[in-house]
Design a protein around this ligand. Structure first.
Ligand code: WTA
Length: 663
């Protein structure tokens, strides 16, 4: 970290940085990077064989016969006939060379610490795998995992992978109801949870969510309960099975990793879409792991000797691919942190970076904006030196990028802005850090082998590098793409393929994956992501469906109708504004607002809490009765109103605007 500079010099540097469009990766970075040969792009362009390079990063029990099978679009298959085990690849195969190296470096609240070596991880994953089996978990059973950022989470995931049971991790911040919904949707007979964990230093009873979820599901799942300390701190149901005693029973047992077909599912990850129900994105074993490992190597530049820290939550896809599977497949040391960045002080992240001498740091633009608001004095008080930094999840504004570059990276680290999705399994648009110059605000070039394109709403392709905005599609399959929406192939097709593919064709080249994002490709070939074009919002990097929020709000008695619109927010990117029509005779009151906020917390989780609840008389609707959320979004943002001619009553948006902003 640079020492405090004199303010005048600092202002000059900032002015210079602002004018600069491209930033070269530092020579010392390039000199040591994993991917330094531009030929990687040509090699991966050999479709599909180029992707074999990725699969070769893994250990296979049996090699594949066919790299790609596109005969039944859009159900593409990768590394067909190959067999492997993900837990073996992330754990066992590293024992020979680095069993005493730390695999997971866990930092708990208030400085508690665990160094889990690859040998420890091997033991613990095996014991957990034995415990799960003893509880009846069989190959292909979906295990729902509702755990926070504690070692139990990756251990449980890898134990599931070892016995071939797909895990479905539900972010710990999700409510009981959201948990129940995912248990039902995945037809899961197992929930793995924990008594509690720490948030801002306070013990949070987590197991209650499972208690409540069980009341809401028709299923009767077995509950396996970890304890955050030696003994449960919460009031725990007698029917739950304590993991600690199971582990004691199975101490030092080993479980042969189950050899899985490359196409067997490794996990489900539920994500928000355009309907009220989240979709279970199903990821395959071989293609997913190969792509996560290869991008961890080429994009994140991870080497086994690095200390790598992705400050995301494992409960989201970023944590799956880039805290657990990718980094551990490469045999590196991956840091996990339990609590929030501001506890017990706003320098906590940098304190941890210094303590562990972190080399590679990965975070979200929301976090960068927050650090920026807190001020550079926090990072400046600690001695750390990143060589590589990543952002993910939302567009990063050049201003925040520059701050990150200067104050966190000391103008001496590369930054990669990685665009991808739960569905894509790994990075799709991102620079390879040693090969491309950085351009603030832009996700960069396509990853090797990836073919993005832009189409207009009619599906006509826009010219390349035209600077025009369009719908982002991916024209060619890639190994870590979702296999389907769990149990719902139709929804898989209608959500991702129907709009921009020739669905009658059985030639895979006629099929295009629809990302749901808008994007622009500038003349220099760099891509800028503009954000979601569908009813999905991005709140502090968390993906939320407006329909999910609306269905939660509609549960409130007093509510007749509700519509949710994203409002731009300087820190969180977007926040949800809820527009509500109350039932006849119900008074507009703070109590009703509180009920509405409470309903969202209950059905989804606190992280989805609405920013504003606005009572209105009418909602802007088309003649066919469809709510035009776009107009509400424009009102929320104080923007010019777009076309209102299709509205049944074109005066409605103006009325709402006057009510909110006055006139
Ligand atoms: C957005 C997170 C701009 C995008 C990995 C996408 C981004 C959604 C970026 C997926 C980025 C992700 N720049 N926007 N670098 N990365 N997004 O499924 O709208 O939680 O569709 O996956 O986040 O969110 P998800």
């Amino acid at each position: 970290m640079s020492d405090s500079e004199d303010p005048e010099a600092s202002a000059t540097i900032e002015a210079r940085l602002r004018e600069q469009e491209y930033f070269r990766p530092p020579t010392k970075f390039v000199g040591q990077a994993n991917a330094t040969d531009p030929a990687i792009h040509d090699e991966l362009d050999e479709f599909p064989d180029g992707f074999e390079r990725y699969a070769e990063l893994l250990d296979w029990d049996e090699s594949w016969d066919q790299t790609f099978d596109g005969s039944n679009p859009p159900f593409f298959e990768w590394f067909v006939g190959g067999k492997l085990n993900a837990s073996y690849n992330c754990v066992d195969r590293h024992l020979e060379e680095r069993k005493n190296q730390t695999a997971l470096l866990w930092e708990g609240t208030d400085g508690e610490q665990e160094n889990i070596t690859y040998q420890d991880l091997y033991r613990r994953v095996n014991e957990m795998a034995a415990a799960l089996r003893a509880q009846g978990v069989e190959e292909d059973d979906v295990v729902t995992v509702h755990l926070p950022m504690v070692p139990a989470l990756p251990i449980t995931m890898l134990a599931c992978a070892r016995i071939g049971a797909p895990h479905s991790v539900v972010f710990a911040g999700f409510s009981a109801q959201a948990l129940a919904e995912r248990v039902d949707s995945a037809q899961s007979d197992y929930i793995v949870t924990i008594d509690g964990y720490y948030r801002r230093g306070d013990f949070l009873e987590h197991i209650e969510k499972t208690d409540d979820a069980l009341k809401q599901t028709d299923r009767d799942p077995t509950v396996l309960q970890w304890n955050r300390h030696d003994e449960a701190k919460a009031d725990v149901d007698d029917d739950y099975v304590e993991v600690d005693s199971l582990l004691e029973e199975h101490a030092l047992e080993t479980v042969e990793p189950v050899s899985r077909d490359a196409e067997d599912p490794l996990f489900l990850m539920y994500t928000s879409g355009t309907t009220g129900k989240p979709k279970g994105c199903q990821h395959r074993t071989g293609g997913y792991l190969a792509y996560a490992a290869a991008t961890s190597k080429n994009v994140l530049d991870i080497k086994p000797e690095d200390t790598y820290w992705c400050a995301a939550d494992i409960g989201w896809i970023t944590g799956h691919s880039y805290i657990v599977y990718g980094p551990l497949a490469l045999g590196t040391t991956s840091v996990m942190y339990e609590d929030t960045p501001d506890h017990p002080h706003k320098g906590r992240i940098w304190e941890i970076a210094e303590k562990y001498d972190v080399d590679i740091f990965h975070t979200s633009p929301t976090a960068v904006r927050m650090f920026m608001k807190w001020g550079e004095e926090y990072p400046e008080s600690y001695d750390f030196d990143f060589r590589h930094m990543t952002t993910v999840g939302e567009p990063i504004q050049p201003e925040a990028w520059l701050w990150y570059y200067k104050h966190i990276g000391d103008e001496d680290a590369v930054i990669v802005d990685t665009w991808w999705q739960t569905e894509t399994g790994g990075h799709l648009i991102t620079n390879l850090p040693a090969l491309d110059d950085m351009k603030p605000g832009s996700a960069g070039k396509p990853a090797p082998g990836i073919k993005p394109a832009l189409v207009d709403d009619q599906g006509e392709k826009l010219p390349e590098a035209s600077g025009q905005a369009g719908n982002l599609i991916i024209e060619r399959p890639w190994p870590s793409m979702l296999q389907t929406v769990y149990g719902n192939d139709e929804r898989f097709i209608s959500t991702y393929w129907e709009d921009f593919s020739d669905t009658d064709s059985d030639d895979w080249t006629d099929w295009n994956y629809k990302a749901g994002d808008g994007a622009v490709q500038a003349q220099d070939g760099y891509w800028r992501i503009l954000g979601r074009l569908d009813d999905v919002m991005n709140v502090a990097g968390h993906r939320l469906g407006t329909m999910e929020l609306e269905s939660a709000v509609s549960e409130v008695e007093a509510v007749a109708e509700a519509a949710v619109a994203p409002r731009k927010d300087a820190e969180k990117g977007e926040v949800p504004d809820v527009y509500v029509i109350l039932r006849e005779g119900v008074e507009r009151s703070d109590a009703v607002k509180a009920d509405i906020v409470g309903a969202v917390e209950e059905e989804i989780g606190k992280f989805a809490r609405p920013a504003n609840v606005i009572f209105v008389d009418e909602l802007p609707k088309t003649r066919s009765g469809k709510i035009m959320r776009r107009l509400l979004e424009e009102i929320s943002n104080g923007e010019e109103l777009g076309d209102t001619t299709t509205l049944r009553d074109p005066s409605v948006p103006e009325q709402i605007r006057e009510q909110i902003h006055g006139d």
